[in-house]
Design a protein around this ligand. Sequence first.
Ligand code: BTN
Length: 244
Amino acid sequence: LGQKLVFKDEVDSTQDIAHQLAREGAENGTTIIANKQLKGRGRLNRKWVSHHDDGIWMSMIIRPEMAPYHASQMTLFTATSLVDTIRKFADLPIKIKWPNDLFMDGKKFCGILTEMQAELDHIEYMIIGIGLNVNQEINLFPEEIQNKTTSLAAQTQYKWDRIRLIQQLLADFETNYQEFQACGFSYVKDKWTSNAYKLGERVYIKMPKKSFEATIEGITDDGALLVNTADNIVEKIYSAEIHW
Ligand code: BTN
């Protein structure tokens, strides 16, 4: 995995390049990394601010041997692997907000965007996009997100070596991926749960047609969030936004 690396200085989005390479047959693990993105994108059609070379903006092409309904396992896996890597550099209070945002001190500093090309019964390829804020000063972020966004440097008060971080990230991804394949999802699930944000706490679940309060209980094998509602009913949530 990650053997073939494609470095670019400036691109619209590394996701687009990854899709193009994947369609052209790029091998499992091919990774595209850019210094700057002009049109970085996040989940739910949001913009991802990545105009400068102060973060890690990368997209990996993965051709996993799994059914499409298990695809979210890959995203949850990625979040746990990133936590492992960052902790090797500094013992930081990182939490994973379902499904896969990384938070510190109540602020987001990393997001994962998974896109895929799949048939009913098999995944052609997945593109796992990682946006990790590394060396930004908080005042570089757009004003409207300044109070809810952070970067590794803003938290630790020192600049990080992006290249070393990328190397470690790819190495850990590879080792952890092998372990995930050998041991199955329970290994990821345990790791995810032990780093879960607001586990056992009351949050607001916002869905397109309803919103309600519930307690986070964990995740299921298909990557859904398990919550306990006011009536003590356990529900599986596949798509929603969590607030508090
Ligand atoms: C999110 O939190 O909504 C996910 C953000 C994902 C951003 C990364 S940066 C590299 C890759 N290219 C993009 O355009 N997006 C992802």
